[in-house]
Design a protein. Structure first.
Length: 340
């Protein structure tokens, strides 16, 4: 229940008039109390005694991104890439396989970032869809100051690997049972199986990118993980081409894993070892694998996967295929993010 009088924040004039005949000292005290009451009415977090960030203006978790209010520490075995006032925003770990092949894993910390799905200039076909400025085939000017990373999407639509939804508009029908990267209207990203674990009841979905059945579901690797033919046609038929994947851990962190030479099992194992309970394969083959990172929001992007073929600013100038941008929320940026 609100403090007395807080239901009506326009009581100041009435209090003053009611006390016109009182002493100056009494009037001064009432004036001070009224000012404090008005201040409480202007900030619902003060009324409720809440420590929630001022960016959380909605009670629904799917309409306002809950930014981190506790410090995210550096974790042993991980190298911070971007840090901010609440600690680590993105960090990276490199995995060396027994035969020397390398897998890059980058973790985007929950509450520290938001995601946007961009359509390529050629794929997916957008038809009559009306795209917002943060869904075009290049990184828009409003995103650049908050940009901390960008990475490739999934297979071409004609590969029938799943559906695509952007800005609430369906470009290709979503398929039940397929792994899905779901982006809510607040920029939160999550991974699940469409029609089963996502979307959750009441979730306000903005965009969805599907790509094949899940690599990992509920902590269990796919029973088809060793069947190479189930994970896309590879260039020249090689078993371990360039591959990428996306996972989510129990804390809600999103992890991107990629290598210029990897089996589906390699990526699934790397993600599982790093705590991913759900994961999906993204695009494959050298032409399409790309992860670019900033050490400070809005700074120059640097290529993060050794051997990737595209320049680090490819997504900024524009690209033919879909991709995802990773942005620091405005509240984090305004708090004064600095590079490590």
């Amino acid at each position: 229940m609100l403090p007395n009088g807080a239901e009506n924040c326009g009581t100041g004039d009435r209090v003053k008039k009611a006390n016109d005949g009182r002493t100056a000292r009494t009037a001064m005290i009432l004036s001070i109390l009224t000012s404090l009451l008005l201040a409480s009415c202007s900030d619902p977090n003060i009324i409720r005694g809440s420590s929630v960030s001022s960016t959380n203006t909605s009670p629904s978790p799917t309409t306002a991104l809950t930014t981190t209010t506790t410090t995210v520490p550096v974790e042993a075995g991980w190298t911070p890439v971007t840090t901010g006032p609440h600690g680590v925003i993105t960090d990276q770990r490199n995995v060396t396989l027994p035969d020397g092949r390398q897998i890059t894993v980058v973790r985007f910390r929950a509450g520290q970032v938001r995601f946007n799905l961009h359509m390529g200039s050629q794929d997916p076909p957008t038809g009559a869809a009306v795209l917002g400025p943060e869904s075009l085939s290049y990184v828009g000017t409003t995103e650049i100051p908050q940009l901390v990373a960008a990475f490739n999407g999934g297979f071409k639509v004609n590969a029938a690997a799943g559906g695509v939804e952007v800005d609430g508009q369906t470009l290709a029908p979503l398929i039940d049972g397929f792994a899905s990267f779901v982006i809510d209207t607040n920029g939160t990203g999550r991974i699940g199986v469409w029609g089963s674990t996502v979307p959750v009841p009441g979730e306000q979905v903005a965009s969805v990118r599907q790509n094949l059945p899940p690599l990992i579901e509920g902590g269990q690797m796919s029973s088809q993980i060793g069947n190479i033919t189930q994970w896309g046609l590879t260039l020249h038929g090689v078993a371990a081409p360039a591959r990428s994947a996306l996972g989510e851990d129990s804390a809600g962190d999103i992890l991107y894993a990629a290598s210029m030479s990897a089996l589906p099992m390699d990526l699934a194992t790397a993600l599982s070892d790093d705590g991913a309970t759900d994961a999906m394969e993204l695009d494959i083959n050298p032409e399409w694998i790309q992860l670019d990172l900033d050490s400070i929001a809005g700074g120059p992007l640097l290529a993060a996967v050794p051997g990737q073929s595209r320049p680090a600013n490819q997504f900024i100038v524009g690209w033919t295929r879909d991709f995802i941008t990773v942005l620091t929320p405005a509240a984090v940026l305004e708090a004064g993010m600095r590079s490590p």
